[in-house]
Design a protein. Structure first.
Length: 463
């Protein structure tokens, strides 16, 4: 017990471990952040990372939380605080499970489960990426003659957010382009000294792999970002950064999108530190604030889901709509529109708020929805509030996504507002993407769409 307590104070990161003690014939279990479940029955004690994996084996269950050590033996279960080894009284509840949800870990769809996993995916990404590789990435970004970010679909939208990070924090302005377009108009400009940041959740996206081949033939350096370390993209890259989001089974990408944003943010932050724009202590503080935000999100997710469900009900009868934002959250509007298409089969268009009155507003009327993601830049936000009121005056169904405590949103009547805890400006794209993912999922659920496997789509487009 003391040895486990000592180790838990030394190790850092996102981890769980179990230690078998042959002498006492017991098992000691500790988890840093991820919930662990202990099940008991008349003749069995079992530990699992999934509550639903206990079905059929045990009758009662309790959750082991951070800073707790469980000792499992034939005598039962004892739990102690890791920090001071004081006993903890744990309540074991009856294990009530719908068998039809077992394969999706208790959720009706993988997509919903994966949205709820986002706080843990952020923590996994922060723990998985090593500082020495962020340092290597920083050197590549600083030394590049020109930088291209290539990707498709959701990953392309993440790349657009990355361009804001790199422009402001690293003082470089990459060209962000679809991997399908890169070989047509950009690859001939690539050569030694060029850096290509290639993003693919699967690491097998056909257009990305072909573009990487062509860029490497011309002497470019490849920085890959992928969720699968054994993929072709990882193998072709000079350096790759792992998303470490965990397996993603639903075709509409959710947690891998957020983990990609985290990696791009970390890479840009590391450059800012290395060029002296921020100090080492400021760098560590920003990373710790992101970790703290993810920890706080864990308890906030059901609240976001509830208000997103109300929003989905309100827009379920609309024929089409816009998702509108500006600045660093503009790519989140494009990603939100894509999620509405994929998960709900509802046509939506990602719109830059400054373009709203330059033509698109003519479609805004009753039966049309407008989802506004309030920009985090003050000037952009102040210009967006009148657009929200304008859409409401034209009898459109209006949903606004912003930060908790936004008095301007509270003052606008007859709209559905979805809020998240306030976050740093660069963390805002990570935070504000969650509500639109919930809206897309809940709308797909209302409309009875095959959410996890939309028609005509596959998880990895390899051709």
């Amino acid at each position: 017990l003391r040895a486990v307590s000592k180790v838990s104070r030394i190790l850092e990161g996102f981890y769980t471990f179990a230690v078998l003690d042959a002498e006492s014939r017991s098992i000691a279990v500790y988890t840093s952040l991820q919930p662990i479940y202990i099940g008991v029955s008349r003749d069995l004690v079992i530990v699992s990372s999934s509550r639903y994996a206990l079905y059929g084996y045990t009758d009662r269950v309790s959750e082991l939380r951070a800073d707790e050590i469980a000792i499992l033996s034939s005598e039962g279960v004892e739990v102690y605080r890791a920090s001071d080894l004081k006993p903890v009284d744990k309540v074991f509840e009856d294990l009530k499970i719908d068998p039809s949800y077992i394969l999706k870990d208790g959720y009706p769809h993988h997509m919903l489960r994966e949205i709820y996993e986002i706080p843990y995916s952020i923590l996994r990404t922060l723990s998985a990426v090593q500082e020495k590789y962020l340092s290597f990435a920083s050197r590549l970004l600083q030394g590049a003659k020109d930088i291209y970010v290539i990707a498709d679909g959701t990953s392309l939208h993440a790349g657009f957010v990355g361009s804001y990070y790199l422009s402001e924090l690293a003082h470089v302005s990459p060209i962000v382009v679809s991997a399908a377009e890169f070989p047509l108009y950009y690859v001939e400009n690539v050569g030694p000294g060029s850096l290509v940041i290639a993003i693919s959740q699967s690491g097998e996206t056909g257009d990305v792999i072909r573009s990487v081949y062509e860029a490497k033939l011309r002497g470019a350096t490849i920085l890959g970002i992928t969720n699968y370390v054994g993929s072709r993209l990882a193998n072709l890259s000079n350096l790759y950064l792992p998303m470490a989001a965990g397996p993603e089974l639903a075709v509409p990408a959710t947690k891998t999108f957020v983990s990609t944003l985290v990696l791009l943010y970390l890479a840009a932050l590391r450059v800012a530190r290395d060029i002296g724009k921020i100090t080492a202590s400021e760098y560590r503080e920003k990373v710790l604030r992101l970790k703290s935000y993810a920890l706080g999100l864990r308890g906030y997710m059901p609240r976001i889901d509830r208000t997103a469900s109300e929003a989905a009900k309100n827009i379920a009868t609309c024929r089409s709509g816009y998702v509108v934002s500006r600045g660093i959250t503009y790519p989140i509007a494009m990603e939100g529109a894509l999620k509405l298409k994929e998960a709900a089969y509802v046509h939506a268009e990602g719109m830059e708020a400054g373009e709203f009155k330059h033509g698109p507003i003519v479609l805004v009327e009753k039966g049309f929805f407008t989802i506004f993601i309030v920009p985090v830049e003050r000037m952009s936000a102040e210009a967006t509030y009148p657009l929200i009121r304008m859409a409401r005056e034209k009898e459109a169904t209006v949903v606004a996504i912003g930060f908790e405590g936004d008095e301007n949103l509270k003052s606008i009547e007859a709209i559905t507002t979805i809020t998240v805890p306030p976050a740093d400006r660069h963390v805002a794209p990570i935070a504000l993407t969650i509500p639109i993912q919930f809206v897309a999922y809940r709308l797909g659920e209302l409309l009875k769409r095959p959410i996890d496997s939309p028609r005509y789509l596959t998880k990895a487009v390899i051709q």
